[in-house]
Structures are given as C-alpha cells and as structure tokens.
Design a protein around this ligand. Sequence first.
Ligand code: G4P
Length: 514
Amino acid sequence: MAQANSDTTQSRRTFAIISHPDAGKTTLTEKLLLTGGAIHLAGEVKARGAARRARSDWMKIEQQRGISVTSSVMTFERDGITFNLLDTPGHEDFSEDTYRTLTAVDSAIMVIDAAKGIEPQTRKLFEVCRLRSVPIITFVNKVDREGRPVFELLDEIADMLALDVSPQAYPVGMGGQFEGILDFETGAVARPEGPSKEFKGKRDENPELPELFAEDIELAQIGYPEFDLEAYRNGDLTPVYFGSALKNFGVTELIEAIAKYAPPPRPQPAGDEQIEPTRDEVTGFIFKVQANMDPNHRDRIAFMRQVSGTFKRGMKLTPSGLGKPISIHSPILFFAQDREVADFAEPGDIIGIPNHGTLRVGDTLSEKNDIRFTGLPNFAPEILRRVQLKDPTKTKQLRKALDDLSEEGVIQVFYPELGAQHIVGVVGQLQLEVLISRLSAEYKVEAGLEASPFATARWLKGDEKALDEFEKYNRANLARDRDGDLVFMAKSPWDVSYQQEKNPDLTFSATKER
Ligand code: G4P
C-alpha cells in the first residue's frame, strides 16, 4: 500500500501562540506572516479581523470589546516548510475554543512581556500544553522597552512552570540602552537602525560587546541547560529567545527555530493506538466548530486537523458521530495569500468543512470509519449559571439551542436530575454574553442568567454499583451532560475533595474526553 509522502509530512509545522493579553501576540503574528511572506502590509491581521466582525450580529460583542472571539488559521511557506499558525483568542475571558485549539497543534510559542514575566493566562494555557506534552518555544518580547532583569525572567519561567530553560540569545541592554540582540548560535548581534531603532537586517558578525555584559552573557550560556532537542520535544525544556515584535527583533530567529526544532505532525492517540501521519488513510478530528458569519444561515464550519493521508477535494469521509460518509466538495483550505483554492491537504493541515450541524467538536473523520481519536477534552467549567427563560412557551427552542451551542463548544450544558432549570457552564465570562446574544439573534429565545448554587462540575466515573449508590444520596447535586453522562455539581472546590475522600471508588474528573 502506498504511504503518504513522508517528505510532505516532515515539512509541516502546525503551531499556536499562547500569551497573556497585551504581551504582543497580534504584533508577533503579523511579523511572522510578513517575514513568512503571507501578507505584505503590517496591520492586516487586525484589518481583516475588523472586516470579518462587521458581518454578524453576535460578533458585536467582539466589536464592543475590540477583541477577537473566534480563531482562525494562517498558513505561510518559507524555505520549503509550510507553517500553519492557529490563532487562539487572547482575551482574558477565553473560552474552551482556546483550549481545544491547543489540541490541534504540534507545538506552541509562548510570548512573555519582558516587563511582566509569566502572567496568569500564560500560565493557564501553558498547563493545557503540558497536559498534552506540547513543546514550547519561549519568546520574551518588548526588550526595546525597559524590562525586568534577564536572569530574573529566566528563573521565573523555570520556577513557575517547572521547566528547564535554555537561553538561545541575549538582549544587549533593554529600553533606552537597547543595543541589539546577541544570537548564541552565530555569535552575531542584530542591531537597531535609524530613528525608529528597528531591525532592518543589520547583523554585526564580530560585535564588540560592552564590558558590563560579558559576564552575564557567559552566565546565560553556561549557567543554564544546553538546548536538547529531545527534552524540548518532550515538553521538559524550552529554548528562550529575546526580541521585539514591534521593532522586528528575533522574528526571523523564531521562524528558523520553529523550522529547525518544532516537531512535524505528531502521531495522535486513538484509544490504545497511535495514528502516524504516514498512514495511507485520510483521518482527522474536529477541534472547533464555528457558526456561519451570516446569522440568516445556519451553516457551520467545522475545523478538522488532518492527522494522516493525503486529502483530495471531493473525497468522502465518515464522521464518527454520523456513521455514514459525507462528500467534502467545498473544503476551505487555508493556504498562503488569498485563501486560494487548494485541492490537496496533508497531515498537519487544517481543513474547514461547511456543514449544517452534522459535525461536532471531538468527531473523528476517516475513510474507513474504524478509528476514534481520543484526548479531545471538555474542561470543567469555572462559571455555572441557571438559564431563565423569559417566555415559558419556548422551552423546546431553548433546549435545542443549548444542545446546538454546546455541540459547537460555545458552552457546556447540564440538565439537573432534580428541578427543571438548565445549567450552563463556561470557562470564561465572555462566553455567557455570546450565549445570550446568540440565543436571541439566532434562535429568537430571550433568556437571562441567574446565579446557580454550584461553583464547578466534575465528571463521575466508576463501576455501576458505586455510581448507583452515589446517585441515591446525591441527586440534588447531580446532573447529566448533553451526552447523558453523570456530572457532580459541586458547591465549592472543598466539596469536590470532600466527596473524593468519601468515595474512593469513584473518580471526579475535571476533564472529559469524547
Ligand atoms: P496581544 O495581541 O498579545 O494582546 O498584544 P498586541 O500585539 O496587540 O500588543 C499589545 C501592545 O503592545 C500594543 O500596543 C503593541 O503595539 C505593543 N507591542 C507589541 N510588541 C511590542 C514590542 O516588541 N515592543 C513594544 N514597545 N511594544 C510592543 P498598543 O499601544 O496597546 O496598541 P497599538 O495602538 O500599538 O495597536
């Protein structure tokens, strides 16, 4: 049997950028795309976002807040490598979308503001990467401004994230004293030029470095672990680059590092099996579903991360949730400049599949329909609210809408064993606004949200007897999710640990895999 071309699978780099808002993710994305030749003018990432925003009602929220709720895929090619950059929404009120996008990448860049170090959202996203051993390259941004001392930053990354750090560069001064960036591999210093002090390509091959720095630079080179490809790819070590996205420092080095070190498409778990990218059969999984920008149409785009095989336009694939094959005649392939029509996709690529709600997050698509990808988790919600219907005759529509929106991953829905009010769970406040606005705009259901007595939820697992026993005494705190699985609704984290201790035969899981 012919194998997919292993050269092609080796040449893909599918990655995301994780950061706390304002660290410079948008600016860096733009510079990566510019350097990669995918766009020709800075500002296009934002401009395109604004044009997109104008199209739909519920996205008014984005407009009001000036943020992007939805993620997209940006592809560029450089030196024979195809880079697929998956955008993760960077706002503090992030959603499960953000988490799930990280299940579709093979590596990530962690952007840190040199003045701030590790911030809460960087840390949360990092933990999601760690859960899946996603390797991380660190980019310390904004060194053109006054930042914290280099060693303090390096040690903070190492200590807070329990990760080995291996500096690959050193900023020669920061802020007013900024004189460029020393690259450890080449020994050259990238220099600022002109009044804007940007990097325009000037590299000093034999730099004279200020005396003051000699010792520190030596310490940065010998005082930390050497770069080790295996440790990086296992997620145990992060190479650290310094730069300024705004002034273009470190961007080329970052692209080169991704090309050189970041893993090509990795095998993906399907139960006990690992599906290799070189497998002949086309397989993939849906990690995100996005409603059409046009509220008058219920079309959705499902984003599939291709795991193996060579996809050809018009191909028939079977979604695990449906059981019968669908023809994929109008896939959206995110290639290069103008989203030009592409006829093929390879492992590591993302394919957008238009559909009418048949494809769900977590679905596997395959030619033979005999594998199921695992490990695409739901995360325990951190905010739980009761849905209050303003017009009681709309119960049915509400249920349908909540089911739909939970399939899309906008919210999670829980149906309590006692009582009639549905509970919705989210990981970020913003999702609640999206929910109310979409209920009204797309389903004509006016609803409000009220406090629920619960603080978090845990999926319950255990043998039937133990589950029955637990159910008998805890009905008031139990609900079913949309798949009918039993969920313990906890009033506090303490409640979770208390019940865990009392019921050692049950597991209380903060994630659920589909
Ligand atoms: P985000 O997507 O992570 O939220 O960050 P974004 O790129 O929007 O950057 C946040 C702010 O930080 C922006 O300034 C941006 O210009 C600035 N910035 C990004 N990278 C650098 C850098 O390397 N050096 C310096 N000095 N600043 C940087 P803003 O004033 O909030 O927005 P804007 O008006 O410039 O768009």
